[in-house]
Design a protein around this ligand. Structure first.
Ligand SMILES: *Cc1c(COP(=O)(O)O)cnc(C)c1O
Ligand code: SF4
Length: 340
């Protein structure tokens, strides 16, 4: 089903980013070979990949150091045996209560004034700590034939001012599909803002092409972009160029990161991340405490350590470069701040 969405090439735009999306690495052996990693890792990688498949773009792969099993980008995508081990009691399949907050297929309405619209199940990369790694996407995203139900829900609730396209990753959809959906949304009078939650500018920067920029800057709704980047090594020149293009097109762009053990749980890395994002015209937004999703326990950082890091970061950076440290708790009216 995923491949159907991502490999379809439309006459409306150049095929290149869609070809890159179709050419992602999903074979554990290919990944280990490409990165000069010991092949004795293979059985464990394969076992963990059965629970949540390996998926990484070539663009992202190029930023991983070779022959370094501890590379902070590799750790985000390499399936690990720890994922298959028994998990602490508070870890579950749906840690943030998305199932209960799903109003109609693809619409998650938890907070005042804004709803999440799940437009596709597909992503360009599989992040091992993803809180939706076990989410039954196939049943719960609004495929094109269900858009109408989702649009009706939004049209019938005048308190909704903002729609957040999420997924999966909404930018795996072709521009003409995004434009069609966005057109329908802009016909709803009480909608003011359209937000895109996407990791594609980071993991497949060629996605930010002229056709996309034309669409996004021509939209009637005010558009906001929130990218997902966890480590400064994720930002190479290509990514910085793509992010700067968004800013040049007048799109406010923010970042959310997840605090991850052995990946970015150090004040130096977090400070560098904020500074390099800002240099690429992106404002830090959230630093999320890991959602306790089954299979991701080995990424968890304690709340105490998170708060310590936050205090150090605050002492080091201007206020506008410090993301809000938050945790998502089912049933709360917003993300919960973990800082005084
Ligand atoms: C995180 C989230 C949002 C967005 O929250 P903001 O604080 O506005 O960024 C909206 N809806 C749901 C269901 C969410 O999980
Ligand atoms: S890109 Fe986002 S939604 Fe997709 S796997 Fe990574 S964290 Fe999850």
């Amino acid at each position: 089903m995923e491949t159907q969405i991502i490999t379809r090439i439309t006459p409306h735009e150049p095929a290149s980013w869609q070809q890159s999306l179709a050419n992602v690495v999903t074979d554990p052996f290919e990944l280990l070979k490409a990165l000069d990693l010991p092949l004795d890792l293979l059985p464990g990688v394969k076992q963990a990949a059965r629970l949540f498949g390996l998926k990484v773009t070539h663009s992202y792969l190029k930023r991983i150091r070779k022959a370094d099993p501890q590379d902070p980008l590799l750790l985000q995508v390499l399936p690990h045996l720890a994922e298959t081990q028994p998990q602490p009691k508070n870890f579950s399949h749906d840690p943030v209560g998305d199932h209960d907050a799903t109003q109609v297929p693809g619409v998650i309405h938890k907070y005042h004034g804004r709803v999440l619209l799940i437009t596709t199940a597909a992503c360009a990369i599989h992040c091992r700590y993803c809180f939706r790694r076990n989410f039954p996407y196939a049943d719960s995203h609004a495929g094109r034939n269900q858009w109408q139900t989702a649009l009706d829900y939004i049209a019938n609730d005048e308190s909704i001012e903002e729609v957040i396209l999420s997924g999966g990753d909404p930018l795996v959809l072709a521009d003409h599909k995004l434009a069609e959906l966005c057109q329908k949304l802009s016909d709803i009078p009480h909608l003011k803002r359209l937000r895109l939650h996407t990791r594609l500018p980071i993991v497949l920067p060629e996605r930010i092409n002229d056709s996309f920029l034309d669409w996004i800057s021509g939209s009637q709704l005010k558009i906001v972009l929130v990218v997902h980047c966890n480590h400064p090594n994720e930002i190479n020149d290509e990514v910085a160029t793509a992010l700067n293009k968004l800013s040049d097109a007048g799109i406010p762009t923010f970042n959310q990161a997840v605090l991850l053990k052995h990946i970015n749980d150090s004040v130096d890395i977090l400070a560098r991340l904020s500074k390099e994002l800002f240099a690429a015209s992106v404002m830090p937004y959230y630093l999320h405490q890991l959602d306790p999703v089954t299979g991701a326990a080995h990424f968890a950082v304690s709340v105490k350590k998170a708060q310590d890091l936050y205090a150090q970061l605050t002492a080091l950076l201007p206020g506008y470069l410090v993301p809000r440290l938050v945790i998502e708790q089912a049933g709360m009216p917003a993300k919960t701040l973990l800082t005084p």
